[in-house]
Design a protein around this ligand. Structure first.
Ligand code: TRP
Length: 337
């Protein structure tokens, strides 16, 4: 693909904690693969994270650098991928407020992701307005960067749909289209379970393994992993489905054949949980050690990481400003030009 037609890819993370293996399997790995092949932007979505953390802004602000460290430690290269901090790009807020007029409250209330999140957070009718409207802010992120591809998990598909709805509505009100529609790039990996096997991996559920986890934390997490409650004796046949250890091997053991053999052995009986866990632990320790070392090295020079964020944010801001400038001109909001 020539450089003029190559895709612009945007993804984002809410900085409410350091990133973990669920993020790695679900999206960070894909971003590494895209790096250098597309024009890639990573947005640290602190403004979006504030929509349900307004009472505790430090929870968000203290994690911006942590997320940046995670990106850099896994090999995101700021020369190939632009890392930007959402709140430091006022044009994103400006575009959000303009786009807000192209969506109704009832449409926002029908967004299935928002509905589910409202339920999870127990908001009932006491929903922060910013939270209900965060799909508009996310649409503004995507539209401002003129992203053509947005890698997402299944749960984010309604956001893409709502973004394109807003883009079409806006374009229909101006003389010539200004904003571009985007396509979702649906991740093929299934969601990594938490170590308890119950829900998805999440820091707030306490079932996550952070990318910067210490060797002892990794060992403890693997030992605590849910396997098969009926697999009591080594000789018992065991269940692979719903077994967290095998879900992790599927995600992180590149030797697929070896994993298949282990599964067959486990199903037949005669393979101890402790033996499979030992294999998984070796794999994870080997994978996480260089990430942890790089993270520690980078964390020792905060100023350098902040400089990377500032440069990325400046670059991203230029792109957002050019889009928002075009939007305002198209609307006639350009009295002094
Ligand atoms: N909502 C996304 C999440 O929770 C984060 C996000 C913010 C995002 N802005 C974005 C993702 C723009 C893709 C594109 O993970």
């Amino acid at each position: 693909m020539s450089s003029t037609t190559r895709s612009t890819v945007l993804t984002g993370d809410r900085p409410t904690g350091p990133l973990h293996l669920g993020h790695y399997a679900g999206s960070l790995k894909a971003r590494l693969e895209l790096q250098g092949r597309v024009e890639q932007y990573l947005l640290i979505a602190d403004a979006q994270a504030l929509t349900d953390n307004a009472g505790d802004p430090a929870r968000v602000t203290s994690n911006v650098l942590e997320v940046a460290l995670d990106y850099l430690a896994i090999g995101i290269d700021p020369r190939l991928t632009t890392i930007a901090v959402q709140s430091q790009i006022p044009e994103l807020a400006e575009l959000t407020s303009l786009l807000m007029n192209y969506v109704t409250v009832s449409r926002l209330e029908r967004n299935p992701t928002i509905k589910e999140e409202i339920r999870q957070r127990g908001y009932e009718r006491d929903i922060p307005a910013g939270f209900l409207a965060y799909p508009v802010s996310q649409a503004a992120d995507i539209a401002a960067f003129r992203a053509t591809l947005v890698p997402v998990g299944e749960d984010q598909l309604p956001m893409i749909e709502q973004t394109n709805e807003l883009v079409r509505r806006f374009n229909a009100t101006v003389a010539a289209p200004v904003l571009v529609e985007c396509a979702a790039m649906l991740s093929t990996v299934s969601r990594l379970p938490g170590i308890d096997g119950k829900a998805k991996m999440s820091k707030s559920l306490g079932n996550a393994i952070a990318l910067g986890a210490s060797p002892v934390e990794v060992r403890k997490a693997v030992q605590a992993m849910y396997t098969d409650a009926q697999h009591l004796k080594v000789s018992d046949p065991g269940l692979v489905e719903g077994n967290v250890v095998f879900a992790f091997l599927d995600a992180f053991e590149p030797d697929v054949e070896k994993v298949e053999q282990l599964k067959a052995h486990y199903r037949r009986g005669g393979l101890a949980d402790s033996a499979v866990k030992r294999l998984l632990e070796d794999r994870l320790q080997g994978m996480l050690a260089p990430i942890r070392e790089e993270r520690q090295r980078l964390a020792a020079d905060r100023a350098a990481v902040l400089a990377v964020l500032r440069q990325g944010t400046d670059r991203a801001r230029e792109r957002a400003a050019s889009t928002v400038g075009a939007v305002k001109r198209a609307m006639g909001l350009s009295y002094f030009a």
